[in-house]
Design a protein around this ligand. Structure first.
Ligand code: NOJ
Length: 526
């Protein structure tokens, strides 16, 4: 089947999606927090990049303990971000600009303010309401039912009411105590979430990103985990906490729901597992995609092959991401300073040329570095519970060179932004990039234009695979087909590229035509 014939069915396979973290994108109403009105006003900017769609992280009603990942109403809009009418307008405007919209669904846990959790607390031990969550009795009221650790630090269990003599139950929360975990072994939970999916799909939302997709179902009987070592490894390495066989049934059901719509809706999983295990979530009747999540955490290293191989085994294309709102910005992760920025730019150009889909996190097109947010301004619950702070990747986007109104993030007269920006933010702003022909913003626009043309000419195909190798001098090469390759110079000296026309590079080639270190190139052959 040609790409054109199958386009409707598989648009997501090579889609480039721009991730919007709404509270930090653009503030429309002047309260210092980004919102749907701000996003609507800035939609033309996103469209001008040439991306295929937007993933918007949670804006549903929430006490905001985990910046929206503690949802108290899955089918609403938090007044902090706007109204449902504004969401409907945003969806229509995005579609008119040719942009698909993906939302975040958070099915592992909700907010302790969710009506069903409140009802469960009120109904008491032994009630059907409590069976929607993991409430457990334990003879010793000071000891939790098992040794599981929260991803945010401390134990993963809290007492419902530590002062009560009659209600001595504990409830499970893999994240903060304000985020109780749903009990996915209760079929009523599955039915409830099918309703949530249908609510947004009926509106015309094009797809969902599934939060903590691997952890919904816990090991039967909630046995002790083999290790309680670290916060984040609690999810990744403990077979009891995540990656249960039964979770795949959840995604088979969700795939059937997604496929019952026309066009088919897409499901993208945050599957925080090693690549071979993550690949099992994208088998033909489960999620459409899962982030190449390990790649997000890598340093500047010539890897890639094995990340992709597992996914191909099951027929799914990889979904590349170098950044998101949870990890240190790539310019800082890749060494910081000038060199880190060059590498971040090269990494971004590389993933836009690799086979499969790619995600760009807002600000990545500006090569924003991680911000060292002052201690007193940090709000991330991971930080306040003793882990690392993710605030540094969430500082509001700089739009203007001038510092007024939080570098153009807010309208005039607005409250201070919810996280402070560093003094030099203006030199990294959208405006600064627009005026600099050699900026990363211009590179991204050129890359996405060229990518589109190469697909139109069928030089690139959705399913053209790719072979990987590392050449002498640390040149990582992904040969996508016999006409196109992506090369990344990961060594310390300039390197000669394979023969062909260099159609785009993240840094200028030397006079001898060599690719300098910390740069990437797209090469057309033959
Ligand atoms: C992953 C989200 O990306 C992160 O921001 C959140 O804290 C956790 N899941 C819990 O929902």
């Amino acid at each position: 089947m040609s790409r054109h014939a199958s386009e409707e069915r598989r648009w997501w396979q090579d889609a480039v999606i721009y991730q919007v973290y709404p509270r930090s994108f653009a503030d429309g109403d002047g309260d210092g927090v980004g919102d749907l009105a701000g996003l609507l006003a800035r939609l033309p900017y996103i469209a001008s990049l040439g991306v295929d769609g937007i993933w918007i992280t949670p804006f549903q009603p929430s006490p905001q303990v985990d910046q929206g990942y503690d949802v108290s109403d899955y089918c609403g809009v938090d007044p902090l971000f706007g109204t449902m009418q504004q969401f409907d307008d945003l969806l229509a405007a995005a579609h008119a600009l040719g942009l698909r919209i993906l939302l975040d669904v958070v099915p592992n846990h909700c907010s302790s303010e969710h009506p069903l959790f409140r009802a469960a607390v009120a109904a008491g031990p032994g009630s059907p309401e409590r069976k929607m969550f993991h409430f457990e009795d334990w003879p010793d009221r000071d000891t939790p039912p098992n040794n599981w650790q929260s991803v945010f630090g401390g134990r993963a269990w809290s007492r419902v009411d530590p002062s009560s003599e009659t209600d001595t139950q504990w409830y499970l929360h893999l994240f903060s105590p304000e985020q109780p975990d749903w009990n996915w072994r209760n079929p009523a939970v599955g039915d409830y979430f099918e309703g949530v999916l249908r609510f947004w799909f009926d509106k015309g939302v094009d797809g969902l990103r599934v939060d903590v997709a691997h952890s919904l179902v816990k090991a039967e009987g909630l046995p002790d985990a083999a290790s309680t070592t670290t916060v984040t490894d609690g999810l990744r390495s403990n077979a009891q906490v995540s990656d249960q066989e039964e979770v795949h049934e959840v995604y088979r059901r969700w795939r059937r729901v997604a496929a019952s719509y026309s066009p088919e809706r897409v499901l993208v999983g945050e599957v925080n597992l090693e690549p071979a295990r993550a690949a099992r979530y994208t088998r033909h009747d489960e999620l459409h995609q899962a982030f190449a999540y390990a790649f997000v955490k890598l340093g500047w290293d010539a890897v890639g092959t094995e990340l992709e191989a597992g996914r191909r085994e099951h027929g799914a294309s990889p979904t590349w991401a170098l950044e998101n709102h949870d990890v240190v910005r790539s310019a800082t992760r890749f060494g910081g300073g000038e060199r880190g920025a060059l590498r971040a730019r090269a990494g971004l150009l590389a993933i836009l040329g690799l086979p499969g889909g790619a995600y760009i996190y807002q600000g990545q097109e500006l090569t924003l570095p991680e911000v060292d947010v002052p201690l007193e301004a940090r709000v991330d619950p991971m930080w306040t519970r003793g882990g690392v702070s993710r605030d540094g990747a969430r500082v509001p986007l700089p739009w203007t060179v001038a510092p007024d109104n939080a570098f153009g993030f807010s309208p005039s007269g607005a409250a201070a932004p919810w996280l402070p920006a560093p003094a030099e933010w203006g030199s990294r702003s959208v405006e600064a990039h627009q005026h600099d022909g050699g900026s990363t913003l211009h590179l991204v626009i050129a890359a996405l234009q060229l990518r589109k043309q190469l697909f139109e000419k069928e030089v690139l195909l959705s399913d053209d695979g790719g072979t990987w190798r590392v050449e002498d001098g640390g040149l990582l090469v992904c040969e996508r087909n016999d006409q196109f390759l992506v090369a990344v110079a990961m060594g310390d000296a300039p390197v000669r590229l394979p023969a062909g026309d260099v159609v785009l590079s993240s840094s200028p080639l030397s006079a001898e035509g060599l690719l300098p270190p910390d740069a990437a190139a797209w090469v057309l052959r033959g």
